[in-house]
Ligand binder design. Structure first.
Ligand code: SF4
Length: 284
């Protein structure tokens, strides 16, 4: 095996594995199970694993403690596009490096991702090759789809025998970087909202008396708590959260945590917020 393809099950990942296959390259595929995927996502990943099996391609799946346990251990939610976006490092990067230590101790593999320049502003200068990526244990990274547009990508997906999804990967549902469109796509009665609300309430309040919510309020129209964030997602442009739900009103019990950045106000991290983490581990 010469290459290891990082695969989130999203459109770009499927196109990427098809491209590698058509080129006749010797590669394996790795999926990071974050324990936070949408309910139907394991079925999609099974399709990927079956596709690999049918072609003699090795499929790996990494496991981790999962988002809920991670958030409780860290006593806070990850902060997108900052040093505190610890979900990527804990749920994906570390498990991948552990796998690589086992299967590629001499760092000979090249890591392949399906990232494309066209996807977003913060990928517009993406290089085709990255030498000695520190996030991949010093291995080289190859982004063969870096110049592919959506039509070219979709052709590859169809040739792979997969449907083109109308949304991004659901490996994390929702992603901490979810935007208004992503949150607006979640049904208001989605059970995942209840799960998040339960965790948020259990997480309590920061030293500054702010509730520890998955989405920082200033990013979601001032909405405090996941239910208000979802309302913002469904709301018109300029929607502002109408009230703070009772469970998120401080009643005099604060704790300290290193993860407590930017729950309460706009900050440098907030202004620099990017919609995607871009270490090569998180799909779009
Ligand atoms: S997809 Fe989103 S929630 Fe999942 S690890 Fe990446 S940044 Fe974190």
């Amino acid at each position: 095996m010469e290459y290891l393809q990082a695969n989130s099950g999203g459109n770009d990942s499927i196109a990427n594995m098809q491209l590698m296959y058509e080129k006749g390259l010797d590669f394996g595929v790795v999926y990071n199970n974050t324990g936070w995927a949408r309910k139907d996502w394991p079925e999609r990943i099974k399709q990927v694993a079956d596709w690999c099996f049918a072609r003699g391609i090795t499929f790996f799946e990494t496991k981790s403690e999962g988002m809920e346990a991670l958030v409780k251990r860290k006593k806070g939610w990850p902060m997108p596009a900052s040093a505190m976006q610890f979900c990527t490092s804990e749920l994906k990067e570390k498990p991948t490096l552990e796998l690589l230590d086992r299967i590629d101790a001499n760092c000979e593999l090249t890591i392949v991702t399906g990232r494309r320049r066209e996807e977003s502003q913060n990928r517009r200068d993406l290089a085709q090759h990255q030498d000695e990526s520190p996030k991949h244990g010093g291995r080289d990274v190859w982004n063969p789809l870096y110049l592919h547009d959506e039509a070219m990508r979709d052709e590859l997906i169809k040739r792979a025998g997969f449907e083109v999804l109308p949304h991004s990967s659901m490996e994390c549902y929702p992603c901490v970087c979810a935007n208004k469109t992503d949150l607006g796509c979640m049904a208001k009665n989605d059970p995942r909202i209840d799960e998040i609300e339960k965790i948020e309430i259990e997480m309590g309040f920061t030293r500054n008396e702010k509730p520890r919510t998955m989405f920082r309020p200033y990013r979601v129209g001032g909405g405090v708590g996941v239910r208000m964030a979802i309302e913002w997602g469904h709301g018109k442009r300029g929607f502002k959260a109408p009230f703070v739900p009772e469970a998120y009103i401080f009643k005099g019990d604060a704790t300290e945590s290193d993860s407590d950045i930017a729950y309460d106000e706009n900050t440098k991290e907030g202004r620099e917020f990017a919609r995607q983490c871009d270490g090569g581990y998180c799909g779009s």
